[in-house]
Ligand binder design. Structure first.
Ligand code: HEC
Length: 401
C-alpha cells in the first residue's frame, strides 16, 4: 500500500494512536431535572406518497447522507447509493489489517467524510475508499455498539462501558447505579452528550465529568440524532423522544414505536414499522405507507431531497419533499452549456432547455444524452460534476419548477 496513505487522513489529529493504559472512571448520576412530558398519541397511518424501490441490500443496519452522498451500512459492509444503484465501498487495508468492516454498527459524518464502526473495527472514508483507523488496535477486545463525536472526543458505547477516545487516549466511563450497557450516543450541542442504555438515558457534560439521568419509561432507544437548534431526537419502542436545547424532554407516543429518524427540511422524518411520518411546526403528518418492518429502521435524506428508508429486502425512496428548483439550480446550467447550440437552433435542433416547460418535456432524453456523454458534443466543454449532479438531482427529485 502507498506509504503516504496515512498522511492523507482527515482525522489524523483525532485518531492518532496513543500510548498508555486504558483508564476507567465511574461517574455518579444525578436525578433527572424535570419530569417527562407525554403528548397525545401520533396517528401513524394515511400517507400516500409514491415509493421507488432502490438497489436491494442485505438488511440495513445504518444509513447516512453526507456531502450529497448516501452511505448504507449492512451486515456486508458499506455501500454508496447513487441514483438507485448501490456500490460497495472497498476497504483499502494494509497487510494484517481487516479487508472488510464486518457488520456495520454505526456511520457518522466528520466534515465531508464518514466514520464507520464495524465489527472489524473503525474505518474512515477517504477518496471513495475506506481505510482502517489505527485506533482499531486500541479498541480490540471491546464490544462496540455505536459511535459519536462530541467536542474533541470520540465516544463509543460498548458492552464494557462508554469508551472515550481523546488524542488517541482510550478511557472508559461507567455510571453508578446504571447496570445496563450503553447502546447509542449523540452530541446534543456543545454542552451535552446523550447516552442511551437499553431502558435509560444519561446526559453527560462536555468533559464527561458530570452525568444526569434522563427520563425513564420512554422505551428502548433504536436511533438517536442531533436535530436543529441543539435539540436531540430519539426513536424508541414507544415513539419519538425529544430533548430541546433547554433540557426539557417530550415523548410523542406512536403505536409500535419509531424505528428511525432524521432531520428533513426543517423538521423530522420518522420511520415507523409501517409508515413514514413528518414532524414540523405544523405537527405530525403521515407521508407514505411503507413495507412493514419491525425494529430499528434506518433512514436518510438522499441528495434528491427524498427520504430513503430501509425496507426488509430493499431500500425505498419516498417521492415526497421539495427537491431542487429548476430556476435556481438547473436552468443556468442548461443555458450556459447547451444554449449556445440549442437556444437559437443555429447549430442544433432548436430547444431552449433553460425554459422549464421545454426541459420537462425533454427531460428523459436530456438526461439520457448527458449521462451517456453524447451531449454536449465532444467539441464542447463537458458538464462539471456539480452541474451534472444538479441536473440529476432535479430530475430524481420530482422536477420542481
Ligand atoms: C456544440 C453544439 C451543441 C451543444 C453545446 C449541445 N448540443 Fe445537443 N445537439 C447538438 C446537435 C448537432 C444535435 C443533433 C444531432 C444529435 O441528435 O445528436 C443535438 C441534439 C440534442 C438532443 C436531441 C434533440 C432532438 O430534438 O432530437 C438533445 C436532447 C440534446 N442535444 C441535449 C443537449 C444538452 C442537454 C446539452 C447541454 C448539456 C447539449 N445538447 C449541448 C449540438 C449541441
Amino acid at each position: 500500500m502507498e506509504p503516504l496513505r496515512r498522511l492523507t487522513f482527515p482525522l489524523a489529529a483525532l485518531l492518532v494512536l496513543g500510548c498508555g493504559e486504558t483508564t476507567q472512571t465511574s461517574l455518579a448520576v444525578a436525578a433527572p431535572a424535570a419530569p417527562l412530558v407525554v403528548r397525545a398519541e401520533v396517528t401513524a397511518t394515511g400517507g400516500s406518497a409514491q415509493l421507488m424501490t432502490l438497489a436491494s441490500a442485505s438488511p440495513v443496519t445504518a444509513m447516512l447522507a453526507v456531502d450529497g452522498r448516501l452511505y448504507v451500512g449492512s451486515d456486508a459492509g458499506v455501500s454508496r447509493v447513487t441514483r438507485g444503484v448501490s456500490q460497495p465501498v472497498p476497504v483499502l487495508a494494509a497487510d494484517g489489517e481487516s479487508t472488510t468492516t464486518g457488520r456495520v454498527r454505526g456511520l457518522i459524518a466528520h466534515g465531508t467524510e464518514v466514520l464507520v464502526l464495524g465489527d472489524e473495527g473503525l474505518f474512515q472514508s477517504t477518496q471513495g475508499v475506506l481505510v482502517p483507523s489505527p485506533l482499531t488496535a486500541s479498541l480490540a477486545g471491546l464490544t462496540l455498539r455505536d459511535l459519536c463525536l462530541h467536542g474533541d472526543a470520540l465516544y463509543l458505547p460498548a458492552d464494557e462501558g462508554l469508551v472515550r477516545v481523546v488524542a488517541g487516549q482510550v478511557s472508559r466511563l461507567t455510571f453508578a447505579g446504571v447496570t445496563e450497557a450503553p447502546t447509542r450516543c449523540v452530541s446534543a450541542s456543545a454542552d451535552r452528550l446523550i447516552v442511551a442504555f437499553t431502558s435509560e438515558i444519561v446526559e453527560l457534560s462536555p468533559n464527561g465529568d458530570t452525568a444526569v439521568r434522563g427520563p425513564s419509561g420512554a422505551g428502548t432507544v433504536r436511533a438517536v440524532i442531533a436535530g436543529l437548534d441543539g435539540a436531540v431526537h430519539l426513536a424508541t419502542t414507544r415513539g419519538v423522544l425529544s430533548r430541546d436545547a433547554g433540557g426539557a424532554w417530550t415523548l410523542w407516543p406512536i403505536a409500535g414505536g419509531a424505528g428511525g429518524l432524521t432531520v428533513w427540511e426543517g423538521g423530522l422524518a420518522v420511520a415507523t414499522a409501517t409508515s413514514l411520518l413528518r414532524y414540523d411546526a405544523a405537527g405530525w403528518t403521515p407521508v407514505a405507507t411503507l413495507p412493514a418492518s419491525e425494529g430499528a429502521r434506518p433512514l436518510a435524506i438522499a441528495s434528491s431531497g427524498h427520504p430513503v428508508v430501509a425496507a426488509p429486502s430493499a431500500l425505498v425512496e419516498v417521492q415526497s419533499g421539495t427537491g431542487p428548483s429548476f430556476e435556481a439550480s438547473v436552468s443556468p446550467v442548461l443555458a450556459a452549456s447547451c444554449g449556445g447550440c440549442h437556444a437559437t437552433g443555429a447549430a442544433a435542433p432548436k430547444h431552449d432547455f433553460s425554459q422549464y416547460a421545454i426541459a420537462v418535456s425533454l427531460a428523459d432524453v436530456i438526461v439520457q444524452r448527458v449521462t451517456t456523454g453524447v451531449m454536449p458534443p465532444a467539441t464542447s466543454p463537458r458538464l462539471s460534476a456539480e452541474a451534472l449532479e444538479a441536473l440529476l438531482n432535479w430530475y430524481d427529485g420530482g422536477m420542481n419548477p
